[in-house]
Write a protein that binds this ligand. Structure first.
Ligand SMILES: [Zn+2]
Length: 216
């Protein structure tokens, strides 16, 4: 196998917004990285179904929900799709250095990465940092039984929430647990994913955002 370093390789972020009805200058953010590992040689393809087509799919479900007129939120909801996460959070670090909305106006960011399983519930990175918000998330999950279990972690530089929380933006990173263990290998394919927690994660994140002020 020959490795080739490509300098100044270009990638891009994608951003979309649903304007808030009454507080358009306050923002809730949903993010997910859309890149993965690409090819190794000419035959070996890394699909990245769990990492992170699953998170992108959940982001699109939420965008579709909030884009309906009857669901127009009170404050604005921003959807960020990051490139080059796998290369070291490059897209999210760029956004934090060149924000399209003022970072202090972001009330909360929910980053979605690895949402394709869920048999054992989900983990919330920064759940131990933003304890009040985590208690609210737990209460919503207990009330509606969205996911079998939630577990809180402390801070970790393991996905695109990290540049934001380091810059003072309250942020969670949600990922599901159980099922397929394929990770950064050729077995991370759609057929390996149960999507056991997908609908539950959708309901949980939607309720959490609505609770933070997205509801009209
Ligand atoms: Zn990922």
């Amino acid at each position: 196998m020959d490795a080739e370093l490509k300098r100044n390789y270009q990638t891009q972020n994608l951003a979309a917004i649903v304007r808030g009805r009454t507080q358009p200058d306050s923002f809730l953010v949903v993010s997910a990285h859309y890149d993965h590992l690409g090819m190794m040689g000419s035959k070996t393809y890394f699909s990245g179904a769990n990492d992170n087509a699953s998170g992108v799919a959940l982001l699109l479900e939420l965008a579709s929900h909030y884009a309906r007129p009857e669901n127009q939120p009170a404050c604005s909801v921003v959807f960020l799709l990051f490139g080059a996460e796998e290369a070291g959070l490059v897209g999210s670090r760029y956004f934090v250095a060149h924000p399209l909305v003022p970072l202090p106006r972001i009330k909360f960011l929910v980053n979605l990465d690895l949402l394709g399983t869920g048999e054992e519930g989900a983990t919330v990175v920064n759940g131990k940092v933003y304890e009040h918000a985590y208690q609210r998330l737990m209460a919503l999950n207990d009330a509606h039984h969205y996911l079998p279990r939630l577990t809180a972690r402390g801070r970790a530089a393991n996905s695109d929430h990290f540049p934001f929380s380091e810059a003072g933006v309250p942020a969670f990173f949600l990922y599901t647990r159980g099922g397929s263990q394929a990770y950064h290998d050729v077995h991370d394919v759609p057929a390996a994913l149960s999507l056991a927690g997908f609908a539950g994660a959708f309901g949980l994140v939607r309720d959490f955002l609505d609770d933070l002020g997205a509801r009209p």
